[in-house]
Design a protein around this ligand. Structure first.
Ligand code: NAD
Length: 398
């Protein structure tokens, strides 16, 4: 896409602190913004790294009010309870510690602190895209997974337990002011979540790259993200202490977040939210189950892009004819998923329903996927029946 006759808005966190030791900057950044920080984390991640963050806030003279009840795939109730704590303690900034679940909870608190209404009101199904009127209070995201890229995105994903669905909020008003990416914090990430979050990032990069909304800026982020994740995710997975590999994947997932938030996600994400909600599996695992099938389904519609993906994933080279290379892209994705034993974790993390029970909700999932709007960004737009077929095939092969 050329930009000589059109304009684009590129969103980005205000500042990004990168590298081993980057977490040391959290206190000084917080002190630029206020006196009392709501620190939002899961219990598990707070046990690992909570003292590191609270000590640095303390040293900078910033009081920490701590909320550690964030559930992975955070809920409406998480956001409401954390917001309540924020207001009761007169907080003036938010510090999230953790991956997408902590960051999205913090973003949700920011929305409620600056706007009237309940969090459900800001979902894209009700408010549309860019439907959050006022900017959030300052938000510093200390990232610990690699990952969702949420520290660089305008998205918030919230689980609504009353309907067993996840809804999406999208607004430039929630992009964090500071993103802190310290690879040392990801060393404690277990093998399973290293695989899930890394494949989530790969999915972001691929979806942004092939999206009908992509253009030069997100394409550049996406290409680099795919390269980093392909070369370093298997290394970080096999040896979690390898800081070079952890750092490479962390930068890759950041770039993948920057790619998709400035282009869009596409069919995989449309399918993944309903699937994840039904099977109760982590978001990255849901993406990874779907990704090879959607790449296979879509490659004919954007052969140049999929051929490049295949080259980056090492299943084609510069001499492979475009069509042949595009056809190989799905194999490249599958190989990377196998390298990190992605589906090996399905029994540990999922509650897989019987085939009959699953088939009984395929129609509902298909409608949910269509309603998300994401399939419209796919280079090959699926029909309703094709989406239902993809859901059935994914279950049968898993
Ligand atoms: P997560 O934040 O849910 O964390 C997964 C698990 O790993 C949790 O139990 C957590 O406590 C633990 N954990 C996290 N970091 C750890 C560490 N360094 N050491 C040990 N344990 C650690 O995982 P995630 O994949 O980063 O986030 C998933 C959520 O993000 C989902 O709700 C998903 O829908 C959402 N998401 C948001 C965006 C966005 O742009 N807002 C994008 C993609 C996904």
């Amino acid at each position: 896409t050329v930009l000589s006759n059109e304009t684009r808005t590129v969103v980005s966190p205000g500042r990004i602190e990168l590298g081993v030791g980057a977490v040391d900057t959290v206190g000084d950044h917080a002190a630029r913004y206020g006196d009392t920080a709501l620190v939002v984390a899961t219990e598990q991640i707070f046990e690992f790294h909570g003292d590191t963050v609270v000590d640095r806030l303390d040293a900078a003279g910033v009081e920490a009010v701590v909320y550690t009840d964030v559930r992975p795939d955070p809920t409406v109730e998480n956001i409401e309870a954390a917001h309540d704590l924020y207001e009761r303690n007169d907080c003036d900034l938010i510090v999230t510690l953790g991956g997408g679940s902590s960051i999205d909870t913090g973003k949700g608190v920011g929305i409620l602190a600056a706007n009237d209404g309940s969090i459900r009101d800001f979902g894209v199904d009700r408010a549309g895209y860019e439907g959050v009127p006022n900017p959030s209070p300052p938000l510093i995201a200390v990232n610990t997974t690699a990952g969702t890229g949420s520290e660089a995105t305008r998205s918030v994903v919230v689980s609504d337990e009353s309907t067993s669905t996840k809804f999406l909020i999208v607004s430039a008003n929630v992009v964090p002011d500071v993103a802190i990416e310290d690879p040392e914090l990801t060393v404690s990430l277990p093998k399973s979540h290293t695989a899930f979050t890394g494949i989530d990032a790969l999915t972001h990069a691929i979806e942004a790259y092939v999206s009908v909304k992509s253009y030069s800026v997100p394409d550049g982020y996406a290409e680099q993200a795919m390269e980093r994740i392909a070369r370093s995710l298997p290394v970080a997975w096999a040896n979690g202490d390898n800081l070079d590999a952890r750092a490479d994947v962390m930068v890759g997932q950041l770039q993948a977040g920057q790619a998709f938030t400035n282009a869009s996600v596409a069919l995989v994400h449309g399918l993944a939210r309903p699937l994840g909600a039904q099977l109760h599996i982590p978001h990255g695992l849901a993406n990874g189950l779907i990704l090879p099938y959607v790449v296979d389904f879509s490659s004919m519609a954007a052969p140049e892009k999929y051929a490049e993906i295949a080259r980056i994933l090492g299943v084609a080279d510069a001499h492979t004819p475009t069509r042949e290379a595009a056809d190989a892209a799905a194999e490249g994705v599958l190989r990377l998923c196998r390298d990190v034993d992605l589906t090996g974790y399905l029994d540990d993390f999922g509650e897989v329903p019987s085939r009959d029970d699953y088939l009984s909700v395929v129609d509902e999932m298909t409608q949910d996927a269509i309603d998300s709007g994401s399939p419209d960004n796919n280079p090959r737009k699926p029909t309703r029946d094709e989406i239902a077929d993809l859901y059935t095939t994914i279950y049968d092969d898993a």
